[in-house]
Design a binder for this molecule. Structure first.
Ligand code: GLN
Ligand code: ZN
Length: 760
């Protein structure tokens, strides 16, 4: 038996059948009493630990479980409750905890944002309002529970102080040192108490170490860890990084901790290279992240076996932990319930549980003589090989189309200035044209109709008729509101990625492949397993029908290639760039089909463009190059007079405008209501010359904005850019809104626009 240990960094909270989500939502809606809720949650939490124990994982993460989010847990543990909530110190109640997460009658929720480059969103701690104190030692309680109830001597998981502070807000840069000075002693107390309790290992997560940090920042990190080490010298700290290679390898491995965890999947090359150059300290344990914690495919165990051999040249077996590259929070729980998937795909999948099995196999050793090991390794290899050789991954048409792409494919026929003149002549729109972002309210009735059709209760004909009725009704409503450019309303779509995935070749959909997005919200991303292929037009019928009902221009509506890519689980045998290109070529055909059918304004949504940005700024350029190219490949074959629109929701644009400009879209609609001036100003600053749709009100709230406030919003935009550059629209699709408030808001928006026009 190998002397390498098996370890896990974190386990999905949602449960095999999303029982965690269901318990939370039942409690929130008042259907579950607090006591019963907490009992259910305890069962789920212990169940997850027990499962990992049964799998034989040596270092089981404890304390990674949460009632909502792990960053929120940290904030609450330190009593960092913003002033707007009712809180007088001491232990934070469940009510306050959930009020911070979700808002309450009295106070809005804390901000939520993406956890590094994942689709998980954490609650942003607000540090300015209070001095941190230790309200209770959560890791200690988690440790005792696992030990007493399950006999598990857990590895405690906490977010490290530097990552915690860097991801928080509510203080000025100059106050960071003070805050750390208050916070680090609290960490020290936590660690001391754990140490006295007999805890052996603590996994202290510092993923911030993979981002671009300065030398000075590294000095701060070094000072923090010196203090923590001195406070609890007996306790072993595994300083855990993930999602990329560490920036300052030499300094990081020198920190006074007993272990360093590195990601040898996403940061493979750089981490390995550093290991070769700087070696690894003889007195430390290396956590080797080698099974992808972010993707859903089985591992190529033989490749990983070679990697382990390479690493063993630097670090002896007894000091190696085999582990996933990150917490398994980002993948679904188990493939065992996927009984409708094509075995070709199913057998090649590994969700959280299967990934832990892989780690155990690696621990037992690929040269093991144990029959079950041999069998499992071979099975995995065969499944991957079958998929690799499958015709789905070797579509002649798709691959030759990709090979034949030339620079010309990325270019519109004429530059923007020339197109713009022609478009203005053809479209003859008023100044400040009004429009919407695509979807109109999807009422319960619309969703029921889709359900009836999916279950076979309705024929396709019945369903299509129903969708057409909705479209027609909303064309009439758009007439009544007085918008300039119409949309068909997207009533036929549940989700902007799924809709296209279902119609393109190369995608499959799991039954139970849910992953947590934020709080109790889970998403079930499509799986791109093969070459992506255009089969037949996907949106033409609906757009043409809608256009036939109105003389006004109507925008065709598709989801862009980068968003489809970033919101899916993607095959890992070819680069993301290549997959993006395949999707782009398929969508290009859709764009051409729309244009041929007479739809001459086409919106290609890319709300997830920014999400794919690498964690290291130095790598932004290459991502943006191919991402922007994928958009251009999708859109650039059209005539000059065909107007390409794009849409991004809230997005920080200041460091990003050149890429947006490079998309070469004729019109981009963006959020402006929440961040207002700043956003538009950054376009001004970059001398952005294309058209911009101002998202003048926030669609995330049912509130109807007044005419005055909308006038104000529009005028603020006009202060920095020419009126000829602007369109007026809501800041995103209206799918989640009610009909009444939507119509009222849009009427006000049109009225406000008319008022502003008069003053021009
Ligand atoms: N066209 C989409 C809609 O209106 C855009 C959604 C989005 O940006 N997330 O629903
Ligand atoms: Zn949007």
């Amino acid at each position: 038996m190998s002397r390498m240990k098996s370890s896990n960094l974190g386990y999905p909270r949602i449960g095999e059948n999303r029982e965690w989500k269901k318990a939370l939502e039942a409690y929130w809606s008042g259907k579950l009493a607090e006591e019963v809720f907490l009992q259910q949650i305890e069962q789920i939490r212990l169940g997850h630990l027990q499962k990992q124990k049964e799998k034989g994982i040596d270092l089981i993460p404890v304390g990674d479980f949460t009632l909502y989010d792990h960053m929120l847990d940290m904030a609450v543990m330190f009593g960092l409750v913003p002033k707007r909530y009712d809180y007088e110190g001491g232990e934070v109640s469940l009510q306050t905890y959930f009020a911070m997460a979700r808002g309450s009658q009295a106070a809005v929720a804390c901000e939520m944002t993406k956890w590094f480059n994942t689709n998980y969103h954490y609650i942003v701690p607000e540090l300015g309002d209070r001095k941190p104190v230790l309200t209770k030692n959560l890791p200690l309680l988690a440790y005792r529970e696992a030990k007493e109830k399950l006999g598990i001597n857990g590895k405690l998981v906490i977010v490290g102080p530097y990552t915690f502070v860097k991801l928080s807000k509510g203080f000025a840069a100059g106050e960071q040192a003070d805050i750390l000075q208050q916070l680090v002693p609290l960490y020290a107390t936590i660690l001391q108490e754990l140490s006295s309790e007999g805890v052996e290992w603590v996994q202290i997560d510092e993923p911030i170490l993979v981002t671009s940090l300065s030398k000075e920042e590294m000095n701060t990190v070094a000072a923090i860890y010196k203090e923590l080490h001195e406070a609890a010298p007996q306790l072993k700290l595994m300083l855990q990084t993930y999602f990329d290679s560490v920036e300052h390898y030499a300094e990081v491995i020198d920190l006074p901790v007993q272990g360093i965890g590195l990601d040898f999947v996403h940061g493979l090359e750089q981490n390995l290279q550093n290991l070769g150059i700087y070696g690894f300290p003889k007195d430390k344990t290396l956590g080797v992240g080698l099974v992808d914690g972010r993707n859903i495919w089985r591992s190529h165990l033989s490749n990983i076996g070679k990697l382990i051999t390479t690493i063993q040249r630097e670090v002896e077996e007894a000091r190696l932990w085999l582990q996933p590259s990150s917490s398994l929070l980002h993948v679904p729980v188990t493939t065992s319930q996927e009984n409708r998937l094509d075995p070709l795909v199913k057998n090649a999948l590994a969700f959280a549980d299967e990934k832990l099995d892989e780690i155990r196999l690696l621990q037992k050793g690929l040269d093991s003589r144990e029959a079950s090991v041999i069998e499992a390794v071979q099975q995995g290899q065969r499944a991957l090989q079958r998929l690799a050789e499958s015709s789905a991954r070797h579509l002649e048409d798709v691959q030759s189309a990709v090979a034949e792409v030339t620079l010309e494919h990325f270019k519109r026929k004429s530059p923007f200035d020339q197109r713009s003149e022609k478009q203005k002549a053809v479209w003859n729109l008023p100044v400040l044209p009004t429009t919407t972002i695509g979807s109109f309210p999807q009422t319960a009735e619309v969703r029921q109709a889709r359900q009836k059709w999916r279950s076979g209760e309705w024929t396709t004909e019945q369903y299509d008729t129903y969708i057409q009725e909705q479209t027609k009704r909303w064309i009439e409503i758009q007439d009544e509101i007085g918008l300039d450019v119409y949309v068909h309303g997207e009533f036929e779509r549940t989700d902007m990625v799924e809709f296209f995935g279902e119609k393109l070749g190369g995608f499959v959909f799991t039954q139970n492949g849910w992953a947590q997005s934020y709080g109790s919200r889970c998403v079930k991303p499509p799986v791109i397993f093969g070459d992506v292929q255009f089969k037949s037009p996907m949106t033409v019928k609906e757009s043409v029908f809608a256009q036939s009902l109105t003389p006004n221009p109507l925008k065709g509506m598709i989801t862009g290639p980068v968003t489809i890519l970033n919101w899916s689980f993607v095959r890992d045998d070819v680069s993301r760039e290549q997959v993006a290109q395949q999707i782009a070529l398929a969508l290009r055909k859709e764009v051409e089909a729309l244009e041929a059918a007479g739809i001459r304004m086409i919106q290609v949504d890319e709300p997830a463009l920014r999400e794919g940005l690498p964690l290291k700024k130095s790598e932004w350029g290459s991502y943006l190059d191919w991402a922007v190219n994928a958009f251009r490949l999708t859109t650039s074959s059209v005539q000059d007079t065909t107007q390409i629109h794009t849409h991004m929701c809230y997005c920080e644009f200041h460091d990003f405008i050149d890429s947006i400009s490079n998309l070469d879209a004729d019109v981009i609609s963006i959020e402006t209501s929440r961040s207002h001036g700043e956003l538009v100003a950054s376009f001004h600053h970059h001398a952005y010359n294309k058209e911009i749709g101002l998202g003048v009100y926030d669609i995330h709230s049912p509130r109807v904005p007044s005419v005055d406030e909308l006038v104000n919003m529009i005028e603020r935009g006009l202060q920095v850019l020419s009126p000829n550059q602007f369109w007026i629209n809501p800041d995103c699709g209206l799918k989640t809104r009610g009909e009444e408030e939507t119509i009222a808001s849009l009427k006000n928006m049109v009225e406000a626009t008319q008022l502003v026009r008069k003053q021009l």
